[in-house]
Design a protein around this ligand. Sequence first.
Ligand code: SF4
Ligand code: FES
Length: 376
Amino acid sequence: MSAAPQDGRPLGLLAELTYRCPLRCAYCSNPVDPGASAGELAFAEWCRVLDEARALGVLQVHLSGGEPLVRRDLPGIVAHAHRIGLYTSLITGGQALSAARLAALTAAGLDHVQLSVQDARAAEADAIAGRPVHARKLAAAALVVRAGLPLTVNAVLHRANIGSVPALVALAEHLRADRLELANAQYYGWALLNRRALLPTREQADAAEAAVRAARRRLGDGRPEIVYVPADLHDDVPKPCMQGWGARQLTVAPDGKVLPCPAAAQISGLAFLTVRQAPLEEIWFRSPAFNRFRGTDWMREPCRSCPRRELDHGGCRCQAFQLTGDAAATDPVCRLSPHHALVTGIVRDAGERPAEPVPRRSPPCGLNSCRAPHSS
Ligand code: SF4
Ligand code: FES
């Protein structure tokens, strides 16, 4: 086995505090199985996880979900993270971000907010979210800016909204966002289930990239900075997923399962431990699941002798598993993969079909016990 890269320690922790969420986005990357979110970690357990992460070298914690604001103990979690020196980022849909809640989070030491929007057009955004949420999101963005916190606006791009890139840039400017993240949907969880309706055509993907280039030229060094995550399946060189398996980041799922990426739990044959079973340091350095795809020794041809193997790490293990049933296969996005025709077929199919209605994640929250604020 190759050693873990850098000094072998992670920089970032994705803390998935809950899978509960009042929105019903079809592109959600949460697991489709609602039972996966049973037994959420309690407040004291999250504080211990943060302590262990900090001791392991983590510098940033991304507080995510689901919708992390459905947890009433969120300010306490932020305060603990802040106290031990972690940079804290809240990844939220914003529906429940009232002035009072933001004030509590700011007082607790919150450093950054990433707010999702579903589209720049209100009706279309509400249709994608499955609830009337767009106006509340705009109000939440204004609160964040007024509080003096850095704001990233995030939009997941898919077939029904990828034509809105210029309007999304204009919206982010209007909201005075520091960053705009335009991220093509990643096809895991609900998004994988709904891929037929969500996948853009090649022409749409090319037009979006051109719109991003034009916006960057126009904005120059001004705000917002635009981060673009390209349409992975439309490429023929795979993404360096997670910058390598078990290399820089780790995810702790709501039930405490420790994962190299948010989608990894689906890979059969890998036993992922929870924070209730072992300390983070032991899981990170010594668990078989974290070591399985570290470095390059696990690779087969064509990756094993490829000059790009240290650059893209053979692509995404979850995508390889989803498309071929073998997580050790070369990511089929790669043109050198013997399975590349699977991907070109998926993209061609998107171009040959008329647009379909976008389905939604359902049932709402993925949990009957959700106590998220549903009233609009
Ligand atoms: Fe990357 Fe493997 Fe393809 Fe080379 S063969 S480009 S390492 S996925
Ligand atoms: Fe799991 Fe890429 S999403 S390795």
